[in-house]
Ligand binder design. Structure first.
Ligand code: HMG
Length: 418
């Protein structure tokens, strides 16, 4: 496994509407500071039944191919990571293949493990290429989801939706991955789940945060052990985690990235050779360092704070948000990424930002993607939430975007905007 492999480019698709998070707080009789300062949110994407997982995935994948000039005949694998699938059998990936008129000579399948499903697909693609099995072909991995907890629930301000499409290849212009150094941790827990047939997730909210932090610790320590052995980081005045230029986390709500970063630092502080010389309280205070959070994490959260949770895509929105602003400055530097999916599984991995990352991100034009959205009132958001999932309203898709138009004889019909 000696090849350079990783993410060559990405594209983002978001729902056409959003609510201001302070409007939602006021409508629920909650102090807006709880949602802004307490959860770290600014805006929340709102989907309607026409913007389903397939439509969002197809929009992101089509955008990736168009913006980055991808030759479809080079795609040998199309994977969709999602936990908002629309069929027990037919994968979202097949729909995307059909809607984009992609060639038949490719593997197509979906991967599922809550928010970790996208990373599971990404790792399958990376290892497929690194092993040589891809024989020079590229993979497209799409993370597409709609986070839905329901009206008047504690999870309501942490909803969202969208998709991120990743081009994975031997030309990792965005992120050359440290293949084989991943740390993983999985456990059988009931922190968040959505039984078959339910539209809304069930969640033990505070317990889910505990599970996330515990799984992060296992995954990070696993990565650190391998990174130390490979000489990528070392125990020195700077903690191993501090030797990563930035760290992008799975972001169910922005404040979670702060909690995650504190936990990661705590792992290093507890495991350092001089740990016995400090108290748990002093380590906790040091772990919470605002300077460390500002330097390593804060810049990645711009998109997440305006879109909300996008389950499988949340980590990759954080990566996109980070590179949108810092690709040039980070070229040649190593960053860390933490994926978490309830149920649960976590994976920590690292990679080096490519020299052409800024050029690739400019083509993704993320500001324009957000600027096209419409802000809606809480009344309109509630109306959209109450629409049945199988009865999309007759709304023309915007240029380049796909929409579900109807379900005829159990077959989903889509249209693309011109
Ligand atoms: P809650 O219980 O309503 O909120 O739900 P809270 O009371 O815990 O308050 C939240 C924060 O706001 C706290 O900050 C408060 O102090 C603060 P913290 O102590 O945590 O730092 N606060 C205020 N700050 C300023 N001014 C105020 C104020 N009032 C309170 N006036 C909860 C919060 C996240 C639990 C809920 O929204 C929820 O259940 N969300 C869904 C679950 C979730 O996102 N879990 C995250 C970990 S699991 C995960 O990431 C996987 C997931 O993405 C799914 C998948 O894998 O598929 C969810």
């Amino acid at each position: 496994m000696k090849k350079r492999v990783g993410i060559e480019a990405l594209a983002v698709a978001v729902p056409s509407r959003y609510v201001d998070i302070e409007d939602l707080a006021r409508a629920r009789g909650v102090d807006p500071a709880k949602y802004t300062a307490g959860l770290g949110a600014r805006e929340m994407a709102v989907t309607d039944p026409g913007e389903d997982t397939v439509a969002l995935a197809a929009t992101a994948a089509a955008r990736l191919i168009r913006q980055q000039d991808v030759d479809p005949s080079r795609i040998g694998m199309l994977v969709v990571g999602t936990e908002t699938g629309i069929d027990h059998s037919k994968p979202v990936a097949s729909h995307v293949q059909g809607l984009l008129k992609l060639p038949r000579t490719m593997r197509t399948y979906d991967t599922q493990h809550a928010c970790y499903g996208g990373t599971a697909g990404l790792m399958a693609a990376v290892e497929w290429i690194a092993s040589g099995a891809g024989a020079g072909k590229v993979a497209v991995v799409v993370c597409s989801d709609i986070a839905r907890y329901g009206l008047n629930t504690a999870g309501e301000p942490t909803q969202g939706g969208g998709a991120v499409a990743l081009l994975v290849s031997e030309q990792p212009d965005l992120l050359a991955m440290d293949v084989g150094l991943n740390g993983v941790c999985s456990m059988d827990v009931y922190d968040f789940w959505r039984p078959v047939g339910r539209r809304e997730a069930l969640v033990d909210g505070h317990y889910s945060i505990t599970c996330y932090l515990e799984a992060l610790s296992g995954a990070y320590r696993g990565w650190r052990e391998k990174a130390l052995a490979a000489g990528l980081v070392r125990w020195s005045d700077a903690l191993p985690g501090e030797q990563l230029a930035r760290i992008a986390y799975h972001v169910p709500f922005c404040k979670m990235a702060r909690k995650a970063h504190t936990q990661l630092r705590l792992c290093d502080l507890e495991d350092a050779a001089d740990a016995a010389a400090s108290t748990p309280e002093s380590r906790e205070a040091q772990a919470k360092s605002a300077a460390s959070y500002d330097a390593q994490v804060a810049t990645s959260l711009g998109l997440n704070s305006r879109i909300g949770n996008v389950y499988t895509a949340s980590l990759y929105l954080a990566l996109a948000g980070l590179l949108q602003h810092e690709a040039g400055a980070l070229a040649g530097q190593r960053i860390g990424l933490l994926s978490y999916g309830s149920g649960c599984a976590a994976e920590f991995y690292s990679g080096t930002v490519g020299e052409k990352a800024a050029e690739r991100m400019a083509k993704a034009d993320l500001e324009a993607v957000l600027a096209r959205r419409e802000r809606v009132s809480i009344e309109e958001y509630e109306r959209l939430m109450k629409l049945p999932a199988d009865a999309p309203e007759a709304v023309a898709p915007s240029p380049g975007a796909f929409r579900l138009t109807e379900i005829r004889d159990h077959r989903r019909q889509y249209a693309e905007g011109n």
